[in-house]
Write a protein that binds this ligand. Structure first.
Ligand SMILES: [Zn+2]
Length: 174
């Protein structure tokens, strides 16, 4: 996974590079799969463990599968975008919304691939309890067990690359 900030940066980069995409749809879709964590955040707060302490203890589930992305998150993203566009009185075109949601969801799932200890993408057809493409490197200052250290190392690396890319596209587009 990347962090929520990382996924926001991926939305920003895509929108700068492809301004014809629908920004509302793209933003919503870039965050939607992390609905997986809402339940975990609520539980973590109730147990007073704090969101950051529990961040990588939470496992991606249904929302990080292609099946749920197609059957649930895609229509949800479209409906959310249309409602927000109507509330804000922003003109919208359905084909642009659909393609923007598909791109946003795909990029989210793709960025997350090397960062989760399990790989739920193909559930229920195929399951990988051990992610075969889990990030290999781990920073030595992370005093965590092997898998968590690799997950956090990936978050740091992915967010850094996304932040540098966001700065680069901002400068290049001026
Ligand atoms: Zn995610």
């Amino acid at each position: 996974m990347a962090s929520h900030l990382g996924h926001f940066l991926s939305f920003y980069i895509l929108y700068i590079l492809f301004p014809h995409l629908n920004p509302i749809a793209l933003f919503i879709a870039s965050q939607l799969p992390d609905l997986d964590y809402v339940q975990g955040y609520v539980l973590a707060l109730m147990r007073k463990k704090g969101i950051f302490g529990s961040y990588t203890l939470l496992e991606p589930k249904s929302m990080h599968t292609l099946l749920w992305a197609a059957l649930f998150l895609l229509p949800l993203g479209i409906v959310f975008t249309v409602i927000i566009s109507l509330v804000l009185s922003v003109p919208y075109a359905l084909p642009s919304i659909v393609s923007s949601v598909i791109i946003g969801l795909s990029i989210h799932l793709l960025i997350d691939l090397p960062g989760h200890r399990n790989l739920p993408l193909f559930r229920p057809f195929k399951d990988f309890p051990q992610n075969p493409v889990l990030f290999r490197y781990k920073f030595s200052f992370l005093r965590l067990d092997d898998t968590h250290a690799r997950e956090w190392s990936y978050i740091i690396v992915a967010d850094t690359i996304l932040a540098i890319s966001a700065i680069a596209v901002t400068i290049l587009k001026q």
